[in-house]
Design a protein around this ligand. Structure first.
Ligand code: C2O
Ligand code: CU
Length: 433
């Protein structure tokens, strides 16, 4: 389903800023129905689900090393659970019903309490029927600040998402659509950014924490009106900040940018023709005393270094879907011939094992593969460990090696974050003892 251009163009008129919420402990996140202004102010509203009355849910902010204590109250009328995406979390708090916790039934509540080992940009979302629940709006940002955050004038979270809605704003509720599952997933008719700040000054230094919360859409992004660097991917600082050029965010991926504002900050979705505007952050006034220090690397994460020679080398073949490719599983998609969660884990590792996995995309669609409880290195062409990620994007026909130190004990999912693919077979699990 192509994005509707008229919708897109209208979207730039109004970017709704999300309120920031002070963090009480325990913080209550209550899931329930909400009415959201997804389309521009003055256009129709959309009936969705959210947390504490809004979608995206409130931004949770804490400091690295803190405990996060959240009471989840389930008011959506069906079962749910919350997953803390990208957090190297204690297994029992990972929020996967059937694997790490029981389902939180309608009307019930569940307490989450865990330590935050890494500073960075993370998010939380439903992990039950996520292809429907995340799509209906059950997600929010989880921001973990450094002990000494880099100096900026604004620390801005920018959620980018799409929604499948009518021009009236009415939600199109064909969530379990098998045609979408077998193809690229549920694509929206309307997309935009949801930033936490709507104006900045010329000359301000900003940190942009960009999160793709879409359930299927990959967002190539072009950001104009700033000059700066990419300093982190998927919540993990880069050893060397990268030039800010056109970049791509798969569903669930994040990117932190530190940059200086030169003009209106526009978020564009490049296409073959004119780019689609996803919205902007306006410029109002000028900063008389701009920050001039060079943009430096963020403090590096305290994470285990991979062994020089991996303890295991494995291959994971992504299979199935429409339009060709091998297909061995009993559902639409499979991993190494197996659809959905097997009773026994795909692999068992000893705690601390370094594992190299060659992921082969033998399908006609892109997939964003996400590993729970760990970050892994994407290997560069020359075999050296590249950036740390929790979700890696493989375009059709592409292969990539990842290198991971499995140092977090427990049962961990590995699945496609195109959530319709996950729902129709593209998931497995592994165990670290
Ligand atoms: Cu963001 Cu298993 O999920
Ligand atoms: Cu997929």
């Amino acid at each position: 389903m192509p994005l509707n251009r008229r919708h897109f163009l209208a979207a730039t008129a109004a970017a709704t800023a999300l309120p920031r919420v002070a963090l009480a402990s325990p913080m209550v996140l209550r899931a329930g129905p909400v009415t959201a202004q997804i389309m521009p102010e003055g256009d129709g509203t959309t009936a969705l689900w959210g947390f504490n009355g809004s979608t995206p849910g409130p931004e949770l902010r804490a400091r690295v090393g803190d405990m996060l204590n959240v009471r989840f109250e389930n008011g959506i009328g069906s079962g749910s659970a919350i997953h803390w995406h990208g957090i190297r979390i204690e297994n029992g708090m990972d929020g996967v019903p059937g694997l790490t916790q029981p389902l939180v039934e309608a009307g019930a509540e569940h307490d989450y309490s865990f330590r935050l080992p890494d500073a960075g940009t993370f998010w939380y979302h439903s992990h039950h029927r996520s292809w429907e629940q995340v799509e209906r709006g059950l997600y929010g940002a989880l921001i973990i600040e450094e002990e000494t955050p880099p100096e900026v004038n604004h620390d801005i979270t920018v959620i980018v998402d799409d929604w499948r809605i009518e021009r009236t704003g009415e939600l199109i509720e064909d969530f379990g659509n098998r045609h979408d599952f077998a193809h690229g997933g549920r694509m929206g008719t309307f997309a935009r950014i949801v930033p936490t700040v709507s104006t900045v000054r010329k000359g301000d230094r900003v940190r942009l924490r960009i999160i793709n919360t879409a359930t299927a859409r990959i967002f190539p992004l072009e950001i104009t009106g700033i000059t700066g660097k990419i300093v982190a991917l998927d919540g993990m600082p880069l050893a060397q900040p990268r030039d800010l050029e056109r970049s791509v965010l798969a569903p669930a991926q994040r990117m932190d940018v530190i940059a200086d504002v030169t003009d209106t900050v526009q978020f564009l979705f490049p296409t073959g023709q004119d780019p689609y505007p996803l919205g902007d952050i306006a410029v109002d006034g000028e900063n008389p005393t701009p920050i001039t220090a060079p943009i430096a690397a963020l403090p590096q994460p305290r994470i285990s270094q991979p062994a020089a020679t991996p303890d295991h080398r494995l291959t994971m073949r992504l299979e199935g879907g429409a339009m060709g490719g091998r297909h061995a599983g009993d559902d639409i998609w499979s991993l190494n011939g197996v659809s959905n969660l097997p009773d026994a884990p795909w692999q068992r590792f000893a705690r601390g094992d370094t594992v190299q996995i060659t992921i082969v995309n033998d399908t006609a669609f892109p997939h964003g593969m996400h590993l729970h409880g760990h970050h892994f290195h994407e290997l560069e062409e020359d075999g050296s460990p590249g950036p740390l990620r929790d979700t890696t994007l493989l375009m059709r026909g592409q292969s990539r090696d990842i290198l991971c130190v499995f140092d977090n004990p427990g049962k961990w999912l590995l699945h496609c974050h195109m959530l319709g693919h996950q729902a129709s077979g593209m998931k497995t699990w592994l165990e670290v003892a």
